[in-house]
Design a protein around this ligand. Sequence first.
Ligand SMILES: *[C@@H]1O[C@H](CO)[C@@H](O)[C@H](O)[C@H]1NC(C)=O
Ligand SMILES: *[C@@H]1O[C@H](CO)[C@@H](O)[C@H](O)[C@H]1NC(C)=O
Ligand SMILES: *[C@@H]1O[C@H](CO)[C@@H](O)[C@H](O)[C@H]1NC(C)=O
Ligand SMILES: *[C@@H]1O[C@H](CO)[C@@H](O)[C@H](O)[C@H]1NC(C)=O
Ligand SMILES: *[C@@H]1O[C@H](CO)[C@@H](O)[C@H](O)[C@H]1NC(C)=O
Ligand SMILES: *[C@@H]1O[C@H](CO)[C@@H](O)[C@H](O)[C@H]1NC(C)=O
Ligand SMILES: *[C@@H]1O[C@H](CO)[C@@H](O)[C@H](O)[C@H]1NC(C)=O
Ligand SMILES: *[C@@H]1O[C@H](CO)[C@@H](O)[C@H](O)[C@H]1NC(C)=O
Length: 257
Amino acid sequence: MFLMFVFLSFCFTSLAGVFGDEVKSVSVMEGDSLTLNTDTKLQRDDVIDWTYQKTLLTKINKAANKTKIHNDVLDGRFIDRLQMNNQTGDLTITNITTEHNGVYEMTISSTQKICSHRFNVTVYAHLPVPNITRDSSQCSNCSLLCSVLNVRDVSLSWYKGNSLLSSISVSDLNIRLSLSLEVEYQDTNTYRCVLNNTITNQTQHINIKNLCQCSGLTFVHIVVICCVAGGCLIVASVLIFCIYRKHRNTQQHGKCY
Ligand SMILES: *[C@@H]1O[C@H](CO)[C@@H](O)[C@H](O)[C@H]1NC(C)=O
Ligand SMILES: *[C@@H]1O[C@H](CO)[C@@H](O)[C@H](O)[C@H]1NC(C)=O
Ligand SMILES: *[C@@H]1O[C@H](CO)[C@@H](O)[C@H](O)[C@H]1NC(C)=O
Ligand SMILES: *[C@@H]1O[C@H](CO)[C@@H](O)[C@H](O)[C@H]1NC(C)=O
Ligand SMILES: *[C@@H]1O[C@H](CO)[C@@H](O)[C@H](O)[C@H]1NC(C)=O
Ligand SMILES: *[C@@H]1O[C@H](CO)[C@@H](O)[C@H](O)[C@H]1NC(C)=O
Ligand SMILES: *[C@@H]1O[C@H](CO)[C@@H](O)[C@H](O)[C@H]1NC(C)=O
Ligand SMILES: *[C@@H]1O[C@H](CO)[C@@H](O)[C@H](O)[C@H]1NC(C)=O
């Protein structure tokens, strides 16, 4: 994907002028190429600087016909990732990663003016597909747990059909994020668990029939076991009683029915 963001110019004709406070927010997916575009017509004597968190990345000096890319700065995180259009001054960051989050500023200066454009870039990592597991601690009800590992700036939600049942949102890095749901064994509705951030989402559907089979003792199991045990007890009692009677009847020449 190739994204371009245009920000209208804020220029000040005097060097003493205060810079615009305007910051353009840009959201982008990890791995994309991002072009920061200011749509400014550059003049013959302009000097264009791009800085990232106050560190100079590129410089174009129109009058001297010189360009320079400092991509070895900041631990080399920009190496082989910066492209500059020296006609327009646009900066392109290819294969962007979350390490490139932050504020980028373009400054265009000449003897007559100084302009500044700021972009607040947020890079979103690809989201994992959430996992759904059965909360095996209880068998009486079918309770399911949807979980994801190592995510930030996301919402995790349960949907029944198209309606939202429950949701949690987190902004900090979460080692393990989970949300539970209780369903009936016979429920035939479709449920799904969705993980999303502002620009993308991942969905996991559930199969109640497969997930809600209880591996432990269910009520039915217990009833069957009790019946079998009870039956055995009765049979045993009858046998003991008969043996006892037979023993007595042998002495009394009687019969056991
Ligand atoms: C600017 O420099 C490039 C080479 O770096 C050259 O090809 C071009 O003709 C120069 N332009 C001007 C206007 O001097
Ligand atoms: C403009 O950039 C290209 C490559 O990015 C470079 O080859 C060319 O010399 C540059 N022109 C000027 C005027 O600096
Ligand atoms: C993009 O960057 C990542 C992380 O630095 C790297 O593993 C991957 O190979 C790069 N992809 C391309 C197409 O350059
Ligand atoms: C940039 O965006 C992030 C996330 O939205 C926010 O936390 C931060 O304060 C913003 N920074 C600036 C300078 O606007
Ligand atoms: C099963 O869940 C339903 C709904 O949450 C609740 O009303 C019921 O009491 C639960 N039954 C058991 C045996 O936990
Ligand atoms: C989700 O399932 C995959 C594969 O079964 C596993 O590697 C991963 O750790 C699981 N994630 C969570 C949050 O349980
Ligand atoms: C997830 O999506 C919902 C709407 O679909 C949105 O309101 C929410 O802000 C998103 N979550 C995050 C963390 O961006
Ligand atoms: C997930 O993203 C798709 C587009 O990729 C969108 O159509 C859908 O509404 C999103 N779902 C949620 C729950 O945000």
